[in-house]
Design a protein around this ligand. Sequence first.
Ligand code: HEC
Length: 140
Amino acid sequence: MKRTWITVTAIMTVMTSSAWSGGYTRADRILDMQKMAESLKDIQSGLLYNNLDIIKSGAEMLKETIVKVRPIDEEVNNKDIYEKWLNNHLKMTNKIKKKIMQRAEILEERFADGDAVQALQEYSKIMEQCMKCHVQLRKW
Ligand code: HEC
C-alpha cells in the first residue's frame, strides 16, 4: 500500500512537472485561442451548410486545442500571479476545459443523430464557456 502511494506520488510529480515544464508562452496561447475561434467558425459553417464532416473537423480541432490551454510561463514563473492562478483560477480553468470538451463531443453526436437544433444549443453553450473565462477569469 505504502509503495503504491509512493509510485502514485512519483507519477503525479512527473506528470505535473512535465505538464508545466515551460515552453508555453503568451504567443502560443494566443495561437491556441485563434485556433479555437477557427474551430467554432468551422462548426458554425457545418451547422449552416448541414455538413457533418466540417462539424467533426471543427470539434476535433477544438478538443485538441482546449486541452493545451494553461497558465503561460510568465504566470508560472511569477510567484504571486502563479499562486493567484493556482488558488483562484486553475480549478475553474479545468472545469471550463472539461465542459468545452464534453459539449464538443455532444455537439458532434447530436448533429450526427440529425438533431441540428440540439447541436446548435451545444455550440452556444461552448461559446458561453469561452466567455466565462474571458469575462470572469480575465476580467474582460
Ligand atoms: C482558461 C481561460 C480561457 C478559456 C477557457 C478561453 N480563453 Fe480565449 N483567451 C484567454 C486569454 C488569457 C486570452 C488573451 C491572450 C493571452 O493572454 O494568452 C484569450 C484570447 C482569446 C482570443 C483573442 C486572440 C488574439 O488574437 O488576440 C480569442 C479569439 C479567443 N481567446 C477565443 C477563445 C475561444 C473560441 C474559446 C473557447 C472555445 C476561448 N477563447 C476560451 C483565456 C481563455
